[in-house]
Write a protein that binds this ligand. Structure first.
Ligand code: COA
Length: 326
């Protein structure tokens, strides 16, 4: 086997705003119940950022934790990619705001917009930079204030989403070129723009001149999620040259407990190998996977050297999967 540079996750961090919003809290303002939300989604509560907290603030907190875990400081960071669909401003990119707030030196910084698949897309993009020597200490962050996009009169959507951020530090390491190497071993990315109407925001700078609100055909999204994700996961597994049986932890995008279980079942992944945070975090869009990863690492379930399978689907539609060894 030939040695090969891989992008290795050396630190993971998460940030959740302190304000907890329960299902019963939402039932005060929309026609819903705690029981209905739990039965259909598995969600018990979600976090909501304070008015003074921007997406970049959550991103910076998550990044600081990830850097500390990696034994790095902001001065080491030379590449920042923020996956977000709720940027602080239309421009500049939230990544450059994070760079400034962190006090990181001039380097590469940009955002990736693939909605809930954003973190999977951003990891894949970062991998391409890192293996080419364009990032010695890269921050890949999923950060969202989804509460800002909600129509609080629409019970079909406002119950589903939450705010938060998760971050990983990626660093190049030379491996043996085998599947025992630490780092990103394979990924698959997909998009189908004909499915825009299923999940989108009805505003934007070049159309309405407003931010807009999230619109969704929930049951259609549900159907596409379970079917499409499985194909992309199998493609990523094949590219990584591993088998599903070798996967230690399945870390899906946390949209809905029923989607998560449906995908795991279809892939033959046992429930006790699935990291689920949807009960407490709800759907934090691009932040959900790194947040779930940080929870699994912090509580000791996910261990260094284990094989992880990440997957997501979101507006676009976009979807994809990443296979990595921690
Ligand atoms: N409380 C009570 N009733 C609700 C409700 C709520 N929060 N939201 C919707 N309903 C009602 C609908 O109005 C509808 O009522 P009707 O039959 O009188 O018209 C009924 O429940 C069924 O609606 P439907 O949309 O078919 O329900 P569902 O079983 O598909 O569940 C979702 C709705 C949103 C929970 C589900 O479709 C879902 O989770 N989809 C995936 C969404 C997602 O994860 N999107 C993000 C992907 S990144």
């Amino acid at each position: 086997m030939n040695s090969r540079v891989r992008s290795v996750v050396t630190g993971v961090g998460g940030c959740l705003p302190p304000n907890i919003v329960s299902n019963s809290d939402l039932a005060q303002t929309v026609d819903t119940t705690d029981e209905w939300i739990i039965e259909r989604t598995g969600i018990h509560s979600r976090r909501r950022a304070g008015d003074e907290q921007a997406t970049s603030d959550l991103a910076v907190e998550a990044a600081r934790v990830a850097l500390a875990k990696a034994g790095r400081t902001a001065s080491d960071v030379d590449l920042i990619i923020v996956a977000t669909t709720t940027p602080d401003l239309t421009f500049p990119a939230t990544a450059t705001i994070v760079q400034r707030k962190l006090g990181a030196p001039p380097g590469i910084a940009f955002d990736v917009q693939a909605v809930c698949s954003g973190f999977v897309y951003a990891l894949a993009v970062a991998d391409s930079f890192v293996v080419r020597g364009l990032g010695k200490c890269a921050l890949v962050i999923g950060a969202e204030t989804m509460s800002r996009l909600m129509d609080w009169t629409d019970r079909g959507t406002c119950i589903l989403f939450g705010d938060g951020a998760g971050a990983v530090v990626l660093e190049p390491r030379t491996g043996e070129g085998t599947t025992a190497d630490r780092g990103i071993l394979g990924f698959s990315l997909r998009a189908d723009g004909t499915k825009q109407d299923l999940l989108y925001v009805d505003g934007g700078p070049s159309t309405t001149g407003t931010v807009g609100k999230l619109r969704m055909q929930g049951n259609q999204v549900f159907r596409h999620a379970v079917v499409n994700i499985s194909e992309a996961v199998l493609a990523a597994i094949a590219i990584a040259e591993v088998s599903m049986a070798e996967v230690d932890w399945f870390i899906p995008h946390q949209a809905n407990q029923r989607i998560l279980e449906g995908v795991a079942k279809r892939l033959g992944i046992d429930g006790n190998r699935v990291i689920s945070t949807v009960a407490d975090h709800a759907n934090t869009s691009a932040a959900s996977i790194p947040l779930a990863l940080s929870v699994g690492i912090e509580d000791g379930r996910i261990q260094p050297g284990q094989l992880l399978l990440l997957e997501a689907m979101g507006g676009g539609l976009t979807w994809g999967a990443v296979v990595l060894r921690l």
